[in-house]
Structures are given as C-alpha cells and as structure tokens.
Write a protein of this length. Structure first.
Length: 411
C-alpha cells in the first residue's frame, strides 16, 4: 500500500512539475506560490525519508568525480555570492528554494533503482502531465475567445498573449516558454520510451501541435536542436517515427491556425511579424529586449571585478536591471541562464553550471536519450533561463541516474 502511494505521489510530482498557475495558498498569497509540485514532492520526500530511507540509493550521485566536483563548486559559489549579496534576504530565500528543488528531485530518483520501473513512472507522468496541459490550454482558449470568465481563487486562468494578436498557450504554467519546455520533456519521454502505443502516438502529435501553437522562438529553437540531435544519433527506423509524428503535428497546426486566421479569431500576419521580423538589439521589440539584456549582463559582469568573481548575489539580478517596465520586480532577470549565473554568482558559477548541465553529460554519454533534451536546453538557456524551474534540475539529475543504471546493468 505504501509503495503504491509513493508511486502515485511520484507521478503527481513529475506531472505537475511546473504548475505555477495553481497556488494552493490562493491568490491572496501572491508573494509565495505554493505549487502542487512543492506539496506533492514534500509529501513524497517525507514518506521516503521516514519509511523508505533504507531503499534510497545515493551512489548514483557520486558516480562521476567531475560531476561531484563541479556540483560542489556550483553550491560553494552560490553561497559565497549570498554573503556578498546586494540583498542577502532575497538571496537566502532563492537559494533555499533552489536547494529544495534539487534535493527533492535527487531523493525521488534515489528511490527508483530499477530502470524499467523508472521509465514506467516517467511515461505515466508524461501522459498525465500532457492531459493536464490540454485541460488548462482549453480553458485558456475559452477565456480568450469567449465571454466566459473562469475565475478560481487558487488557479490563474488569465492567458499569456502576444499583444492582442493571439493567446500563448503554456498549459498550467504562467510563462508559456517555461510551460512548453515541460511539454517538450513529456513529449520526448513518450516518444523515446513508449511511442509504439497508439494512445501515446496521439498524445505526441497533439503535444507537437500545442508546442507549435506557443509561437515561442526559444521553444522552436529547443525543438529544432533536439530534433537535429535525434536525427544524428538515432537509427533509420527512429528517424522515420520522428518525421511521422512531426508531419502529423505540423498538419494539425496548419489546419488550426488557418481556420482561426480565416475567421479572424487571430491576426496571423501581425503575430508572425512580431515574432520573427525584428531582431535588433534594442528595447523596442521582444527579441530586441532579450538581446539587449544579454548584452547588458555581459557588460555588467566584465566591468565590475567583484561581480565577475563573486557575483551580485544569488537571485538579485533584477535589482541591477534598469529601464524596463519590470525593472525592480523580483521575477526580472537577464533572460539567459548563463548571463544571469555570471552576474549573480560569478565566473566560476557560470563554468560549473555549464559543466554539470552540458559538457560532462556530453562526455559521459552523448548518445543518451536524455542528453538530447539537455542539448536542446543548452540553446534554450542562452536566450532564457530555467535556473529555478524544477524540471531543469530534474532532467539533469535524470541523465546521471540513467547513466548510473546503464553502467550497473552492463556489469
């Protein structure tokens, strides 16, 4: 009975891993979003540490000395930046949340020491997570296109949008970019581990359609890099399956967009113009703001020796960004994981996060299925950042867990 409860909590934790549209404390507590991930992962960690601690095998975490070295370096540089922070209070809060995100994922993965069992948990989580995305997206669409106003105190159903041209669908995540990274992960898991199922094939195709409907440049970059990498490392049969899923997804995307545009529910021309026509470094376009922020962050770090070496303090970059409508808002950042890491915690922090999230995994097993997702995340995080997104750390640790299990089974 306890094992079944643990499996259910694990599935709920992963399937709701970025559901920040849901605040269990209600919207009255907007200073802290108590997400379902935090609730279910806490319950899961509590049960595992109290009743199943003898089943927790942490040896996978210590398998690679370089990983341990750079992971330790990452934490040390974060802690040093906190002591030298321009706002030590916010740095401590952010760092404690980061520690929890990493520990909860690490403990979850330490419990599942059978590769097939872990795959089953991942597949079930991805199916449930995808369905929850559909439900939220449909409600967001209803709120955009109709007079229906669905308002629940613990759930935010106000859709993200591109001006007044089109809604941006991010499922249960407030930010459509982050949300569709999660949907990309679910899609990849279903494709790699259980694409033979007709039910899962349908889910994969629908997921692809929703990913394209995000109209996110960084998501398109993520998908393109994952696709490119998969085409290089996989066999002919798998490549055919990739193109089959992709073609169906694109066809449904074109049909939906054409219908909405013809009936003037959306303005496709203005949407495409806003998304893809302006790439100058300025504060007058979406792409320009991203590029401008990256430039400003790079300039800030290399013109202040203290920031270059130790950073401004973990989680404090929003205090350094001036001249934007969200300047001074705690969710503001440099829109690049690597630039934000450089500015907030210094050069060695930047090196360590690059090593543990990309270079070491590539050296260890560049043909790993999970590494193809990390490969896509490398490019995504150049123009965005997922440092406080639990899926980012979960996917990194998942790579090392699978790598360990592969070595174990080979022996």
């Amino acid at each position: 009975m306890l094992n079944k409860l643990i499996n259910i909590l694990a599935i709920l934790t992963i399937s709701l891993i970025g559901a920040d549209r849901i605040n269990i404390l209600t919207d009255s507590f907007d200073f802290f979003v108590f997400t379902p991930f935090l609730l279910f992962s806490f319950l899961l960690v509590f049960l595992l540490l109290i009743y199943k601690n003898h089943n927790l095998d942490m040896s996978w975490f210590m398998t690679n000395n370089y990983f341990v070295l750079f992971f330790s370096l990452y934490f040390i540089t974060c802690i040093i930046s906190i002591f030298l922070s321009i706002d030590i209070y916010i740095s401590i809060k952010r760092f404690l949340l980061l520690v929890y995100l990493i520990l909860s994922s690490g403990i979850l993965l330490s419990y599942f020491n059978n590769k097939n069992e872990l795959r089953i948990i991942l597949v079930k989580s991805s199916i449930l997570g995808s369905i929850l995305f559909y439900i939220f997206n449909l409600i967001l669409i209803a709120n955009w296109f109709t007079n229906i106003d669905i308002d629940i105190s613990i759930i935010n159903f106000v859709p993200d949008q591109i001006a007044y041209f089109i809604p941006r669908l991010g499922g249960y995540t407030m930010d459509s970019n982050r949300g569709n990274v999660i949907l990309s992960f679910f899609t990849l898991i279903l494709f790699l581990f259980n694409r033979q199922s007709k039910k899962n094939f349908v889910i994969i195709v629908v997921n692809i359609c929703f990913l394209l409907l995000s109209f996110s440049r960084t998501i398109y970059l993520l998908l393109f890099m994952i696709l490119l990498y998969q085409l290089v490392i996989t066999k002919k049969e798998t490549r055919h399956a990739i193109f089959k899923s992709l073609i169906y997804g694109v066809i449904f995307f074109i049909i939906i967009i054409s219908y909405l545009n013809i009936n003037e529910y959306i303005n496709l021309e203005l949407t495409l113009n806003e998304r893809f026509n302006v790439f100058e470094i300025s504060r007058f376009s979406s792409a320009g703001i991203h590029l401008k922020l990256i430039y400003e962050g790079f300039h800030k770090a290399f013109n202040d020796f203290k920031i270059l070496l130790f950073g401004s303090g973990f989680g404090t970059s929003y205090l350094l960004i001036k001249g934007y409508y969200w300047s001074g808002v705690k969710y503001g950042n440099y829109h690049s994981l690597y630039i934000t890491s450089l500015v907030e915690s210094g050069f060695f922090n930047f090196v360590s996060i690059f090593m543990i999230s990309f270079l070491i995994p590539m050296i260890l097993d560049y043909k790993s299925y999970i590494f193809s997702f990390l490969f896509g995340l490398l490019f995504f995080n150049i123009f965005y950042q997922l440092i406080m997104e639990p899926l980012f750390w979960f996917s990194i640790l998942l790579f090392y867990k699978f790598y360990y299990l592969d070595l174990k089974y080979e022996k």
